[in-house]
Design a protein around this ligand. Sequence first.
Ligand code: ZN
Length: 205
Amino acid sequence: MVRIYDISLKINNDTIVYPGNEKISIHQYTSIPINSVNESWIKFGCHTGTHVDAPRHINNNGKMADEISLNTFYGNCKVLDLTDIDLEIHREDLEKFQILKDDIILLKTKNSLRGYKEFRKDFIYVKRDAAEYLIKKKIKTLGVDYLSVKKFGGDNEVHELIINNMTLFEGLDLSNIVPGNYLFIGLPLRLESDGAPARVIIIEN
Ligand SMILES: [Zn+2]
């Protein structure tokens, strides 16, 4: 039997959001038996929970989430064990792994072990030399296990390098994932926006 892992965050009114983002609101406006059905509306940012960053996020002429190539949402992925790193992911941390063209690379760090209970500014992030290395390797998709790929409050260069050169999934939960090879399927909503929440699963192979 194949094992399928859900590595997306659950979205509810208590899910943490990046500081400055709209709080999540899921509101039920009709209820059985008063009404014939239960129905709710939702209000939250396009970068809520597990999501993709579209090029429009950093560039007024960039592609919207609905225009990102479907090819980057599916394929072989490698979950790299970077749980020994305390703050910054550098090139040499990635060089010990085999990374190939068109790979989908997911970075498992201490962020996954700490969880998403409250927002932490000291999350582990990608440094410029590591971003440049991934671009040189021509990976198609990168996934990180916190709400941002870059240092809290800074390092816009890293953000731009990554988004301009690959598809970026943020907010993955890799806490239950043993590093190794999987099949990746990550489907963001077909939103005409700068980002889109996504359901992401990986399948043992
Ligand atoms: Zn984002």
